[in-house]
Design a protein around this ligand. Structure first.
Ligand code: ZN
Ligand code: FE
Length: 255
C-alpha cells in the first residue's frame, strides 16, 4: 500500500509532517519542531510514532525530539555530520544510505548549504521527498554554514528527482517567496498563476505544499539559475549558473 501523510503547522511557520506505512503501522515524524502539534496529529490519526527522521540540527527542527522520544521510545535518525548537535540520535545516515519506515524505503541525499550536514529523505517508490530547509516552494534556505556553490549543487540534486516527486519543505514561506520571485521573473506565466493559486490557498487557510519538483522547475528562480532568461533578467547573461544563483540568493537576503 502507498504511504499516508499528515501535514500540520508547528511553531510560527514550520511544517510538521507524519509519514505512515499502512502495511506495518510504522509512522515517522520528519523533523520535530515541537512535540504538542505532533502529539495532536498522532491522536487525530491514531498512528503510533516509531521514528523521527531529522534533516538538520537547527532547534526549530529538533526541539521536540526528546519529549517525543521519551514518550514513544521512537528511533531517531539523523545526518552523521550533525549527530553531535542533535539530541537522542539512534542511527546516523549519509549520502547513499537508505532508511526504513516500516516497509517504506527512504534514500538519503546530502544537501549541504543551509547547514553543512543537511540531508533530504527521498521515498522513491512513494514519489515523496522531505527536503527540510534546503528547498522551499518558490524559494530555498538561507546559506548559513555552507557556501553558495554547495547550496547550488544541493538544489540541483533535488531538481534532478523525478518531476512527479511531491516535496515537503520545512517552512511555509511560499507567498513571501513568490513576491520575491516575481522581481526576478516578472513575466514567468507559470509563476504568475502559482501566485494566484497560493494566495487562494493561504486565504482559505490551506497549505501551499506539497508541490512537485516538475512545478518548481517552472516557477522557482533559485533552481532556474542556469536558464538563460533568468540570467538575462538580472543582467547576468552568459555568467556561470553558480554565480547567477549566488546573486539571486543575495538579493533575497536583502529583499
Ligand atoms: Zn534550518
Ligand atoms: Fe528551519
Amino acid at each position: 500500500m502507498t504511504a499516508d501523510i499528515r501535514l500540520f503547522r508547528c511553531l510560527s511557520d514550520n511544517y510538521g509532517v507524519l509519514l505512515h506505512d499502512p502495511d506495518t503501522g510504522a509512522t515517522a515524524a520528519i523533523d520535530a519542531p515541537e512535540a504538542p502539534p505532533i502529539e495532536t496529529a498522532l491522536r487525530a490519526t491514531g498512528w503510533n510514532l516509531t521514528d523521527i527522521l531529522v534533516t538538520h540540527h537547527h532547534a526549530d527542527h529538533t526541539g521536540g525530539i526528546m519529549e517525543l522520544k521519551n514518550k514513544h521510545k521512537c528511533r531517531v535518525v539523523a545526518p552523521a555530520a550533525e549527530a553531535a548537535k542533535i539530541p537522542g540520535v539512534d542511527e546516523t545516515v549519509k549520502e547513499g544510505d537508505k532508511t526504513k519506515v516500516g516497509s517504506l524505503t527512504g534514500n538519503v541525499i546530502e544537501t549541504p548549504g543551509h547547514t553543512l550536514g543537511h540531508i533530504a529523505y527521498w521515498f522513491h517508490a512513494d514519489k515523496l521527498a522531505f527536503v527540510g530547509d534546503t528547498l522551499f516552494s518558490i524559494g530555498c534556505g538561507r546559506v548559513i554554514e555552507g557556501t553558495m556553490d554547495q547550496m547550488w549543487s544541493s538544489l540541483k540534486k533535488l531538481r534532478d528527482l523525478p518531476d512527479d516527486t511531491r516535496i515537503y519543505v520545512g517552512h511555509e514561506y511560499t507567498l513571501a517567496n513568490i513576491k520575491f520571485a516575481l522581481t526576478i521573473e516578472p513575466n514567468n506565466a507559470a509563476l504568475k498563476s502559482r501566485a494566484a493559486e497560493a494566495e487562494k490557498q493561504i486565504a482559505g487557510g490551506h497549505f501551499t505544499i506539497p508541490v512537485t519538483i516538475g512545478a518548481e522547475k517552472k516557477e522557482n528562480p533559485f533552481i532556474r539559475a542556469d536558464i538563460a532568461e533568468v540570467a538575462a533578467g538580472i543582467g547576468m547573461s552568459g555568467k556561470p549558473a553558480n554565480e547567477v544563483f549566488a546573486e539571486i540568493r543575495m538579493r533575497k537576503n536583502k529583499f
